[in-house]
Design a protein around this ligand. Structure first.
Ligand code: GLV
Ligand code: MG
Length: 346
């Protein structure tokens, strides 16, 4: 393990110093754009105003013969668009692919000063992060990049889940992690062809009650992995996300999957279709009723100590901390979205 005193040193002479704390950014949805399609690129200036993060996807879903066009298209859209406070990310190809080296070299050299985060797919262990970390530092130094480009890992292999804590702690460049339920299902040989969400056969059956039909309750297939990822991220001060939800027509199921992730500690999810943007906004912005109650807790316990009763419910140091998480998030949402700010009374 690297010595603590070396951890925050730049990995190349001339590279920017790593962040000690992540920049405060609202990232309720990471909106995926296929940048090889001109029609989709043309929508980016408009989309950038509606979402928290625009991501140019170079990996899966981009056909092999369009990989170079996607990379060039991403660079073009990054140069042409003013993203304002909206984040600019890319998902590069995986480290054993023939495209990834050029993805990294060309993107950092062309738009390294505009790029916030690189999403790295199929991360198996800390060694994948160390490789990208070192390469990025060399390229940042070569191209005089002013702030460190962060790394976001996709948790989508059984080996990655096994090593999730080491991945989260691998570098100060780590921004966070997303659950990738499609690749993870394949890697684990789970018997589902869905991209995220539940499965009608994954349920708990109620006890028999005479001749009455047995009721079965569907369970969340992703609960264990999301919980494990949230703990690894929270313990290391980085951000956990739910990834893709593939059934674009089932808005209710998408909302339920996003909400489970939000309640478990995730800060955002991917939007692959415009309808999922509104869902993510709704789910990952705290509920105005919860914010009002959280504000009451903070007001009733200004120094966060002791115990009080509010509306018949006991509050103490721990609920004060929970309330602070909600109010801090509400303030970030209010700063980006004045309508929500009004709803929160902030
Ligand atoms: C995302 O990349 C997934 O595999 O679910
Ligand atoms: Mg994947």
């Amino acid at each position: 393990m690297k010595l603590p005193r070396q951890f925050f040193k730049p990995l190349a002479i001339g590279a920017p110093a790593p962040y000690r704390e992540l920049p405060v950014r609202l990232e309720r949805m990471i909106h995926f754009v296929p940048p090889h399609l001109e029609k989709m690129r043309a929508k980016v200036p408009d989309i950038a105003k509606q979402v928290d993060v625009v991501l140019g996807n170079l990996e899966d879903a981009i056909p092999s013969d369009a990989k170079e066009a996607a990379r060039k298209g991403f660079i073009e859209m990054a140069k042409a668009t003013d993203f304002g406070s909206t984040g600019l990310w890319t998902r590069i190809n995986c480290l054993n692919s023939p495209w990834v080296l050029d993805d990294i070299i060309e993107i950092v050299s062309e738009i390294g000063n505009k790029l916030d985060v690189i999403m790295l797919p199929k991360v198996e262990g800390a060694w994948d992060i160390h490789y990208l970390d070192q390469l990025l530092a060399q390229l940042e130094a070569r191209h005089s990049i002013e702030k460190p480009i962060l790394i976001h890992a996709i948790l989508e292999t059984a080996e990655g889940v096994k090593n999730v804590e080491e991945i989260a702690a691998a570098s100060p460049r780590m921004h966070g992690m997303s659950l990738g339920p499609a690749d993870l299902a394949a890697s684990r040989a789970m018997k589902t062809t869905r991209v995220g969400g539940g499965h009608p056969d994954y349920k708990v059956l109620a006890d028999p009650d005479g001749d009455k039909p047995r009721i079965g309750y569907q369970q969340d297939l992703w609960h264990y992995t999301v919980g494990k990822m949230v703990d690894a991220c929270a313990a290391n001060g980085i951000k956990p996300f739910y990834g893709p939800f593939g059934d674009f027509a089932d808005l209710a199921a998408c909302e339920s999957q996003f909400r489970n992730a939000f309640l478990q500690g995730c800060v955002g999810a991917w939007s692959l279709h415009p309808t999922q943007i509104e869902i993510a906004k709704r789910v990952f912005s705290p509920d105005p009723g919860e914010v009002a109650f959280a504000l009451k807790i903070l007001e009733a316990m200004p120094d966060g100590a002791g115990a009080v009763m509010i509306d018949g419910k006991m509050q103490d140091d721990a609920t004060w901390k929970q309330a602070k998480v909600i109010v801090d998030l509400a303030r970030i949402v209010a700063a980006k979205d004045p309508e929500m700010g009004k709803a929160y009374g902030l």
